[in-house]
Design a protein around this ligand. Structure first.
Ligand code: ATP
Ligand code: MG
Length: 433
């Protein structure tokens, strides 16, 4: 059975609307990824009474309770005290934690004021969760059927402590921890995915009491998740799942597991020993940002230019003036010339160009908002593609989706034969070559 899980985030700033509760969304996604669905998310202020009351109720419901915030040294940090009250145990000073805290302050050259001692007090029976990035340690306390995990509010500390300190403890408690596999796609909508994956569980011979299928959108990517619970060896089921999803969604799958889109593109370029250069117009450098998110991109990314004006498209990339006059900057002729130009400049394997109408103004009947042209110069020639993003009305989203398409052109070319844009290439002069 999946554990019942609740997340409590603590702090007056949350209730005043001063702070976005990103801790709970991050934790919920993390727990879901571990096959532990979250049943409830609650935010509370710093007042002791309502806080300990809410924790007591959560303990009463049993399962896992993850709390963030209010562990600091100041008077308004009351979470530890509230947990002790709710669990009906006293607070106890941990001498080892106290010594560690003192040593940390000394080595950083900060005075150790008495209020810092508070961070070395834990409810009796609690197990400390170390904080390598800050001063406030967290803790785990078992109360009957419930396990209460307390972490600091600062997101970077909370995340590191959850992954390094809490995940191993949770795994210890599970006879068969849930296993999850994520297949990442781009260029295919959620309804299409759902349609293509109809009957998938039956096809991989999965027992519906042990296995569930989920969809998740992280714009502009769509992900398919398989969660296997309570099984001694989930490996074979996950393998069958991945194989079947790849078969059904083949050209759209860019990675599996912890691989980001940028990792996939940079990894494929590295493997092929190829390099890329980018000439961007409407994306304003976003494709360059996307490729450089992957560490190690320096070995495959040669040059990125943002040529926004026609004059610069001509002067820097050699786009003929006649092309700009006759067809305009948002045209197959222009992106092909840009792609060739940037490839020649960088002497790279690939040159990719983007030029479009991101809106909300500037659309015409022939080139409505959301019309974006892409050029791909490669060792054997030049190709172009036009994409119209009819469902995407937001300028930033059109830019984001376009940056992804541009890099996907490279990925598809490297993969040889799997083309997510099959049938969408504009026919005619200069089409796919
Ligand atoms: P500290 O020792 O730093 O005070 P703490 O456990 O007491 O840690 P809080 O004082 O509650 O944590 O929060 C510290 C900071 O962490 C907040 O000012 C805020 O920037 C961030 N923070 C707290 N809770 C959240 C949350 N739920 N989502 C996002 N950020 C948060
Ligand atoms: Mg604080």
């Amino acid at each position: 059975m999946p554990i019942t899980t609740e997340i409590l985030t603590v702090g007056d700033e949350l209730l005043r609307g001063d702070l976005n509760d990103t801790n709970s969304t991050w934790l919920a996604a993390r727990l879901f990824g571990m096959g532990i669905p979250v049943r409830r998310i609650v935010s509370l202020g710093d007042d002791l009474e309502p806080l300990s009351g809410a924790i007591e109720q959560a303990i009463h419901r049993g399962g896992l309770v993850v709390i963030t915030g209010g562990l600091g040294p100041t008077d308004d940090d009351r979470t530890t005290c509230a947990v002790a009250r709710a669990a009906k145990v006293p607070l106890e000073l941990s001498n080892t934690t106290l010594e560690t805290l003192r040593a940390r302050f000394a080595s950083a050259g900060y005075p150790f004021t008495p209020n810092n001692e508070k961070q070395a007090r834990f409810p009796r029976g609690a197990m400390e969760i170390k904080n390598s990035r800050g001063t406030a340690p967290g803790f785990l306390l078992r109360v009957g059927d419930a396990r209460v995990v307390c972490l600091p509010g600062v997101p970077s500390e909370m995340k590191a402590m959850f992954d390094d300190g809490v995940v191993p403890l949770l795994a210890q408690d599970e006879a068969h921890p849930a296993a999850v596999r994520v297949v990442r796609t781009f260029g295919v909508g959620e309804s299409q995915i759902d349609h293509r994956l109809q009957g998938l569980l039956e096809a991989i011979d999965a027992d519906p009491s042990e296995v569930s299928l989920h969809y998740r959108t992280s714009f502009p990517e769509n992900q398919v998740l398989l969660v296997v619970r309570g099984v001694a060896d989930p490996g074979a089921t996950l393998e069958r799942f991945e194989e079947e999803v790849r078969r059904r969604l083949s050209p759209y799958v860019f990675g599996v597991g912890d691989v980001s889109f940028s990792d996939a593109v940079v990894g494929a370029l590295k493997e092929a020993g190829a390099k890329v250069a980018l000439a961007e117009s409407c994306t304003g450098g976003l494709a360059g940002d996307l490729v450089t998110r992957a560490s190690g991109s320096s070995s495959v990314f040669e040059l990125g230019v943002v040529t926004y004006s026609n004059a610069c498209k001509h002067r820097m990339l050699g786009v003929p003036e006649e092309v700009l006059e006759q067809y305009g900057a948002v045209s197959s002729q222009c992106v092909e010339a840009m792609a060739r130009g940037v490839r020649d400049l960088a002497k790279s394997t690939y040159g990719v160009a983007i030029s479009g109408v991101a809106g909300p103004t500037g659309g015409t009947p022939e080139k409505p908002v959301g019309t974006v042209w892409f050029g791909l110069a490669h060792p054997d020639g030049v190709s172009h593609l036009v994409r119209r993003f009819p469902w995407v009305h937001d300028r930033q989203r059109i830019k984001q989706a376009s940056a992804h398409v541009a890099l996907y052109l490279v990925l598809a070319h490297l993969r040889d034969g799997t083309d997510p844009f099959e049938g969408r290439w504009e026919p005619g002069k200069g089409g796919r070559s």
